[in-house]
Design a protein around this ligand. Structure first.
Ligand SMILES: C[S@@+](CC[C@H](N)C(=O)[O-])C[C@H]1O[C@@H](n2cnc3c(N)ncnc32)[C@H](O)[C@@H]1O
Length: 211
């Protein structure tokens, strides 16, 4: 059983707090901006409790945590239990794969990215949402992990360049970036519009790539 199973309710409740609600809307807007012309069906790997999947209209989600999947089902998201390293789909069956704050929680992103490449049809899209390691948010979460935060102690954050290099190594072609969450930790007070650039200071970056 993983920490996401043990603390599923705590994980999901963060989205209902004042800051969580606003950050969710800020991140969602950046992901939505990257979904233009993204072919269906849409798969989210690491779907969690289905907050983003429900809001984005994702067709199917995969996650190892049964307790989070139960919540995703209650939100009307179609889900399958599984791992990003062994996706329960045929080759070329998927139009677009989403990885939203999940790359930092898998043991090694490369096997997951290879598996995404396998299930995507040629020309399909991969949309990766990440907290850049060098951003104020990445530094805050890394420090929280060092101090034993139950979720972040399991996370390994990457810079945008590292993620882009992993995407290239696994055969993806980079298509573009959106950056958002420029407000620093503990100071998020208003909505933000995503910027069509790759910023090292943004707390949330969405990278889009082509299979
Ligand atoms: C921070 S949560 C993100 C969940 C959801 N994408 C969201 O943004 O709310 C990370 C998720 O990755 C999942 N996860 C961890 N290891 C995984 C793996 N090997 N394959 C797929 N998902 C995994 C966890 O169970 C958890 O739901």
């Amino acid at each position: 059983m993983t920490v996401f199973d043990q603390l599923a309710s705590r994980y999901d409740a963060w989205f209902d707090g004042e800051e969580g609600r606003l950050i969710f809307q800020i991140e969602l807007a950046a992901i939505q901006a990257a979904t233009q012309t993204a072919p269906r069906p849409w798969l989210e790997v690491g779907v969690g409790s289905g907050r983003f999947a429900a809001a984005l209209g994702i067709d199917v989600g995969v996650d190892p945590s049964e307790n989070l999947l139960k919540m995703a089902r209650e939100r009307g998201v179609r889900v399958v239990r599984g791992y990003g390293e062994h996706l329960p789909f045929a080759a070329s069956a998927v139009g677009t794969v989403f990885l939203i704050v999940t790359i930092c929680f898998v043991d090694d992103p490369l096997p997951v990215l290879r598996e995404c490449q396998r299930v995507l049809r040629p020309g399909g899209k991969l949309i990766v949402g990440l907290v850049p390691r060098e951003s104020p948010w990445g530094k805050k979460y890394t420090a929280a992990g060092r101090h034993g935060h139950p979720f972040y102690v399991h996370a390994r954050f990457y810079t945008v360049s590292q993620v882009e290099s992993m995407l290239s190594k696994t055969g993806f072609t980079l298509e573009g970036c959106r950056s958002t969450l420029f407000q620093p930790p503990d100071c998020v007070a208003q909505p933000e519009l995503p910027q069509p650039e790759c910023s090292a200071t943004a707390g949330f970056v969405v990278v889009r790539a082509r299979a």
